[in-house]
Design a protein around this ligand. Structure first.
Ligand SMILES: Nc1nc2c(c(=O)[nH]1)N[C@H]1C(S)=C(S)[C@@H](COP(=O)(O)OP(=O)(O)OC[C@H]3O[C@@H](n4cnc5c(=O)[nH]c(N)nc54)[C@H](O)[C@@H]3O)O[C@H]1N2
Ligand SMILES: Nc1nc2c(c(=O)[nH]1)N[C@H]1C(S)=C(S)[C@@H](COP(=O)(O)OP(=O)(O)OC[C@H]3O[C@@H](n4cnc5c(=O)[nH]c(N)nc54)[C@H](O)[C@@H]3O)O[C@H]1N2
Ligand code: SF4
Ligand SMILES: [Mo]
Length: 747
């Protein structure tokens, strides 16, 4: 292995980001930062385990209880995912539960515009009644809901079933659209099912790990720790326009131009073919469409790709060599790929690289999309939004028939068309077709693109219901009815993590005031809608888990072999699939780490994976003289979670990130604009403007700027574009300008 490739990255202090050195320290010595400390008089009397409710890593936390209530927690040393580690958010997971702005009673907006507390029966009768009247006046499709990937699977399935089968709301989508829709579509088309193939052990088993648009150190710090445990002295290649913490820790950083990934992956395929670093036998036996793909990439010669990506021909050749000669190669991607106007094709381009080199179904390999939210995968399979329960299709009559007979409901209750996607729901509101909206566990008014457009749409609604832990979120403030929900730690269920591992989530605290679990709220809504009977068997999360097992039987995500919650608790979570057949073949216990496609059989009817490709398209909003910078957005620190409704409530976490909105700007650009670090600027796009403090750093390239998504104004700037196949927003590139403001330093 060439020593050049193994060279450590530059250790330039200017590269230090806010978050950098903290991450490692926090994982290894959290108490030095005040995490996990407990006064002696408060020693616990019992301990239980629960999977963390922030990111999709799915770490298990040991929750220490006194008189049945959680008083503290620590990282679980036994769990196969995190092995005794947790990031700052995990250590502080209990803090947000005690926040002063928790929603503790239902609140209803009166005619005078003021919110007043109401009893649950009043709140839910009003909700059902208002929704019914809207449907009577404007037709059945005048309602919609927006859900989440952050509540247990049992709750998601109940929400999707009550909404579609009881309330007759056909259009439901979730914040997973903002996050995973691209990976879902890419996998379905390429593999025949939404099936991320890896197990976390692959981080430790690879010789070459390639990360596309993934800032693992910040967004999945414990997965990064798994990479660090790799004993094969791996090459770590990071493809990201920014020199992120992850890029700095890598052996190679490919700082490409934003949204030039498609050209890059085709250029790599071109070079692999030219050198014949290709697994012809795997391609012949297990794939379709390779010849057309090989023909297509002929046009992506290195000079062209160099011009389009900004990477040199030598860099491209080196990159291809690492893939072609590196041994076990695993490809990983996250939001730098998914959130793009052509994300599906980029993801499939990455899948093509894995297929053509035979890097799939073996240890240390795979085309691996890393999920984001704690239960994004549960939402993908069981939320009954885009897909019918259990990874099925609403448009497939046989699938509708199966679900109707498993659930014992009339088949006509199951819509025979797909739901509108998130952006189409918002468009429906703007065009006056959708009049009532129910938002559950997502903060759209902060997180959706082109915020000013979204706010106008939400204000146009006749009735907006927001079901959240907090009454103070940007979205809740616009609601006509707020339903107070219990949060993580206050309810039971399961999450599915990035490696398809189903893990237990437990109630370790009582919810404040009259707040109820989302599960209870959905049950009550079915009751007030007069359909409680239909859900008689859905009387607890554990009984819903049994229903999910039935719904999954025979599907690629078959979990019918999991004996129940106790099996999940005793075995450190269990990955899907785990069918009855697999269980009996394995003598009663399946292996703790399993990857998919070991037999080379994919989920298309002919068992083959497909090579899918398309010409790259131009950036939807290019820079010009008026808007000369490309704005990138994403995660800021390992201590901040999304719209900050939870993480901002922890005193410890608040110390770990800058309080004011900041924009990262390259030193050359700062010089040209005569800006000093810490100065205040306006960042302006064609849609809005944000005041921010300048952070001068070569982490960003000249001509590019970065603002973390955690600050409430960032989406005033973003450009409303979606990938045409996945309808996932392209949050990660729009044109902005930077203007000096006369106001004082904000820092
Ligand atoms: N601390 C923390 N952790 C989180 C979250 C959080 O809010 N806070 N959220 C969770 C969720 S839901 C998700 S989805 C994940 C997201 O995890 P990541 O996707 O890793 O995080 P991001 O910072 O959104 O984006 C990753 C990188 O994409 C890069 N990028 C931008 N444009 C391009 C491009 O055109 N090409 C390439 N190759 N890269 C590009 C950005 O510079 C950024 O460094 O994180 C999860 N983990
Ligand atoms: N510019 C830009 N925008 C982005 C992104 C980006 O990279 N750049 N990333 C996108 C991505 S990947 C994602 S996933 C989204 C995330 O966007 P959101 O989903 O809007 O972000 P969260 O802050 O996680 O919102 C979750 C909401 O649910 C509430 N909540 C938490 N737990 C519970 C519960 O158990 N029950 C109920 N009822 N409520 C609960 C929280 O208080 C919060 O209001 O943001 C997207 N937006
Ligand atoms: S890495 Fe993710 S799952 Fe693990 S403790 Fe941190 S937020 Fe929780
Ligand atoms: Mo996400």
């Amino acid at each position: 292995m060439s020593t050049l490739l193994k060279a450590r990255p530059q250790q330039n202090s200017l590269f230090r980001s806010w978050q950098g050195p903290l991450t490692r320290e926090l994982v290894q010595a959290p108490s030095a930062h005040g995490l996990g400390r407990l006064p002696e008089r408060l020693q616990p009397t019992a301990t239980t385990e629960s999977v963390c409710g922030f990111c999709s890593t799915g770490c298990s936390l040991k929750v220490h209880l006194r008189d049945g209530e959680a008083i503290n927690l620590s990282a679980d040393p036994q769990y196969p995912v995190n092995r005794g580690m947790a990031c700052p958010k995990g250590w502080e997971a209990l803090a947000p539960l005690s926040a002063g702005d928790r929603a503790t009673e239902p609140l209803l907006r009166g005619d005078d515009g003021r919110m007043r507390s109401v009893k649950w029966n009043g709140a839910l009768s009003v909700m059902v009644d208002r929704f019914r009247r809207i449907q009577e006046r404007h037709g059945p499709d005048s309602l919609a809901w927006l859900g989440t990937g952050q509540i247990p699977t049992e709750e998601l399935a109940l929400l999707g079933s009550v909404a579609k089968f009881v309330l007759g709301i056909r259009h439901g989508d979730g914040n997973t659209r903002q996050c995973m829709a691209t990976a879902v579509t890419a996998y379905k088309e390429s593999f025949g099912f939404d099936a991320p193939p890896y197990t976390y052990e692959d981080f430790e088993e690879s010789d070459v790990l390639v990360f596309f648009g993934s800032n693992l150190c910040i967004a999945h710090p414990i997965l990064w720790q798994r990479v660090l445990r790799n004993r094969r002295n791996p090459d770590i290649l990071v493809v990201d326009p920014r020199a992120t913490e992850t890029a700095q820790a890598a052996t190679r950083h490919y700082g490409l131009q934003p949204k030039s990934d498609l050209s890059l992956v085709y250029g790599l395929a071109h070079l692999l073919l030219k050198k014949d670093w290709v697994d012809h036998s795997f391609i012949r036996k297990h794939t379709n469409g390779f010849d057309a793909f090989a023909e297509f990439v002929q046009a992506f010669h290195p000079q062209r790709v160099s011009a389009e990506t900004g990477l040199s021909v030598e860099q491209l050749e080196q990159f291809a060599e690492r893939i072609g000669c590196g041994g076990r190669v695993s490809f990983w991607w996250t939001m730098g790929v998914n959130q793009s106007h052509e994300g599906v094709r980029v993801a499939q381009g990455i899948i093509n690289l894995a297929l053509m080199t035979g890097n799939i179904g073996k240890p240390g390999t795979g085309a691996n999309s890393i999920t984001g939210q704690c239960n994004a995968m549960g939402s993908r399979l069981f939320s009954n939004t885009t897909g019918l329960l259990g990874g099925r299709d609403f448009e497939n009559p046989q699938h509708r028939n199966e679900v109707a007979s498993i659930l014992n409901i009339p088949e006509e209750r199951i819509p025979d068309q797909k739901s509108l996607a998130y952006d189409q729901i918002i468009e429906g509101i703007q065009e006056g077709r959708i009049k009532g909206l129910w938002i559950v566990a997502t903060n759209s008014a902060h997180s959706w693109m082109h915020q000013n457009g979204l706010m106008d749409a939400l204000r146009q609604l006749e009735f907006l219901v927001v079901q959240d832990m907090y009454a103070s979120t940007e979205t809740a403030q616009l609601a006509d009815l707020i339903l107070p929900a219990a949060g993580w730690g206050e309810k039971e269920g399961t999450f599915i993590n990035s490696e398809r591992r189903i893990g237990r989530v437990r109630k370790v605290r009582r919810a404040p005031g009259e707040a109820l679990s989302d599960f209870s709220i959905f049950q009550l809504i079915a009751h007030y809608a007069g359909c409680a009977d239909m859900f008689r068997d859905w009387d607890s999360p554990e009984s819903v888990f049994e229903i999910l097992k039935k719904l999954s039987r025979g599907q690629p995500c078959d979990i019918s072999g999991i004996e129940g919650y106790s099996a999940l608790e005793n075995q450190g979570g269990i990955q899907w699939p785990c069918s009855e057949q697999m269980l009996s073949d394995a003598g009663g216990k399946v292996a703790a780490q399993r990857r998919l496609f070991e037999d080379g059989r994919f989920h298309h009817e002919d068992g083959r994976a497909r090579f899918i490709f398309e010409q790259p398209r131009a950036l939807p909003e290019a820079c010009n003289v008026d808007y000369p910078f490309t704005l990138l957005t994403g995660r800021g620190t390992s201590a901040q979670w999304h719209t900050q409704t939870r993480t901002a409530k922890s005193d410890v976490l608040r110390k770990l990130y800058p309080q004011n909105t900041y924009v990262e700007l390259h030193p050359e650009d700062a010089r040209a604009l005569e800006l000093d670090p810490g100065e205040a600027v306006q960042v302006r796009s064609r849609r809005g403007s944000v005041r921010a403090v300048v952070h001068v750093t070569p982490i960003v390239q000249p001509g590019q700027v970065f603002i973390p998504m955690h600050y409430p104004e960032v989406n005033r700037l973003t450009f409303p574009v979606v990938d045409p196949y996945s309808r996932q927003p392209g949050y990660k590139a729009c044109a902005v300008c930077i203007e000096k403001t006369s106001s004082k330093d904000l820092s």
